[in-house]
Design a protein around this ligand. Structure first.
Ligand code: SF4
Ligand code: SF4
Length: 381
């Protein structure tokens, strides 16, 4: 038993070999106090990021070996483990079984975890919420004693970065998520909603798979980037501060972290986190960020200036004709009904678009990109 219990840990993990993953999980978890809180018979839920039904080499989802090894460690302590997720789109057994199979989560099942098969939706109320006092959540959460958020480090079209906190948006049932994009079209409100969801679920542990991270057109169509790290923390706030450092983003430039800082829930700098390991060693060189950061540059402006700055700086979704297969999924999922298909190409009504980037996130071909305005490109040169 070590004397120092750290707030967070970042440890090397060179690849997804089971033995390396187990060693990294053991080292990181030991540094933040270990797993002694796991009791025999405890029902532990793991919420990985299974944003799209893609195989591990695309670096979209939490790697199955990570989830499988964590499962084994929990089961060795007598826990019962359930893996649950609600990606975008329909939330049904057929959709999730396809997702479990494509993402390799069946490996976690072989390790003894139950892959959630309860696709019910429950109504929740959270009096302490800032914006999301009433909501729907995935029913399987009622059947676990504690929850672990196990995210993947990726850039994100709407939020700049997705990590341990944003990962819990998958506790909201499939298409209800689209409704909430429409209910909270403003990035600040949307971020506060994500913080509310996190606070409501209150995970006991926050992990981020950053062995192979993603940059560019994240969170589902970016580039896999070798990073070689595993992050563990008591809170998603601390874990995400480490993640932000790795992709080279200031905490206040990630709306979810900014919202948590403003609410006094998160520290405002990684320097204030007692960290086991050296985060700087794992910084992804030339990390290509998703251009939503243009919006943060208007954060400190007000009134007409702010409205004008948003108009000229805010990134927009745009389909690349040569990559689009005309499947129409973006039009089907757009919560604002801003997309119509014309000649097998999406046409976006800019007046209706709320810039939620669901179309970019769920395009199966990565054809929908985040496009910066000419002024933003010029200013950021
Ligand atoms: S989801 Fe992607 S591929 Fe399908 S129509 Fe929209 S942009 Fe094209
Ligand atoms: S067009 Fe894309 S970004 Fe705009 S509201 Fe629809 S899904 Fe969201």
């Amino acid at each position: 038993m070590r004397n120092t219990v750290y707030d967070a840990a970042i440890v090397p993990c060179p690849d997804y070999e089971a033995e390396h993953v187990r060693a990294a999980l053991t080292e990181a978890l030991d540094a933040i106090g270990g797993l002694d809180w796991v009791k025999a018979g405890m029902k532990v839920g793991i919420k990985p990021n299974l944003a799209a039904a893609k195989t591990p080499e695309f670096a979209v989802c939490t790697h199955p070996v990570m989830v499988a090894e964590l499962t084994k460690m929990l089961i060795e302590r007598g826990a019962q483990v359930t893996i649950g997720e609600s990606p975008g789109g329909i939330y049904t057994a057929a959709a999730l079984n396809h997702s479990y199979s494509a993402t390799g989560m069946t490996l976690a099942a072989e390790a003894g975890a139950k892959l959630n098969d309860d696709f019910s939706s429950k109504e929740g109320h959270f009096a302490d919420a800032k914006v999301l006092k009433s909501f729907h959540y995935t029913g399987w959460l009622d059947d676990v004693d504690v929850l672990i958020t196990f995210a993947k480090l990726k850039t994100h079209g709407m939020m700049g970065m997705t990590g341990a906190l944003k990962n819990l948006y998958g506790t909201i049932p499939g298409t209800v998520k689209l409704e909430y994009h429409y209910r909270f079209p403003n990035h600040e409100d949307f971020s506060n909603m994500l913080v509310d969801i996190y606070e409501y679920n209150h995970p006991v542990l926050a992990l981020i798979d950053a062995v192979t991270a993603m940059d560019g057109n994240g969170p589902t169509a970016g580039r896999p980037r070798e990073c070689g790290a595993l992050i563990a923390a008591h809170t998603a706030y601390d874990a995400d501060l480490v993640g932000a450092r790795l992709i080279g983003v200031e905490p206040m430039d990630v709306p979810t972290i900014a919202a948590a800082i403003e609410r006094g829930l998160s520290r405002d700098s990684l320097d204030k986190v007692s960290l086991y390991g050296d985060a700087d060693r794992f910084i992804i060189k030339d990390c290509e960020l998703t251009p939503r950061h243009d919006i943060t540059s208007v954060k400190n402006t007000r009134g007409v200036t702010r409205a004008f700055m948003k108009m000229v700086m805010a990134s927009k979704p745009a389909a690349v004709k040569s990559e689009c297969i005309g499947c129409g999924l973006c039009a089907k999922l757009c919560p604002a009904k801003a997309i119509t298909m014309k000649n097998k190409l999406p046409s976006i009504d800019r007046k209706k678009c709320i810039r939620c980037f669901c179309c970019q996130e769920f395009c199966p071909k990565g054809a929908m990109k985040v496009k910066r305005t000419a002024i933003a490109r010029l200013l950021n040169k």
